[in-house]
Design a protein around this ligand. Sequence first.
Ligand code: HEM
Length: 166
Amino acid sequence: MGQVVSRWWWGGDPDAASPVSGLTLRQVYHVQSTWRPVAADAGKYGMELFLRLFRADPETKTFFKAVRDLDEDKIRGSYQFKAHTINFMSAISLAVDNLGQPEVVVAMMEKLGQSHGNRKISTKYFHETRDVLVDMLKNDFKLTIEQMKAWEIFITFIYKHIFDKL
Ligand code: HEM
């Protein structure tokens, strides 16, 4: 009886992994619910994420013409760069929001792979971006081990399809 209610509540077996994303319904819930507070202040956290990325690897800054010669204070004030950080956060939000139809996320990520491949952005920089994001979720947002596991699977999923077209 408990299992029937649980399946009804989740809309399926909460612990069965999607063959496309690798995420269970429970993990989709973790990713979506933990992303909400980050997305609610996308401008702030997007900017913070990129500033941390630039500190971790200054080479990443060179891809951004608008800010590559600016210091942190000036970068914070750049509307052009703010627009980029919000674009970045929106792309993550679109992927997160559409995990119920992961084939659509695959198509979105392939497009990102193409656009970033044209800019010669290698997997190395994506891995550095992942590390900064994971660190932010873990230390600033205090995600649990189970929630972090869901994020690990989510990032592996989206990166696979970005890298396919990079
Ligand atoms: C999960 C990781 C990433 C996501 C979701 C993402 C998302 C986006 C989006 C949505 C755009 C605008 C649309 C487009 O051109 O496709 C963009 C542009 C761009 N991205 Fe990324 N990006 C990621 C990683 C990176 C990394 C690692 C770098 C370099 C270190 C990078 C550099 C750029 C540059 C240079 C642009 C153009 C900026 C501009 O025209 O102002 N991105 N990115």
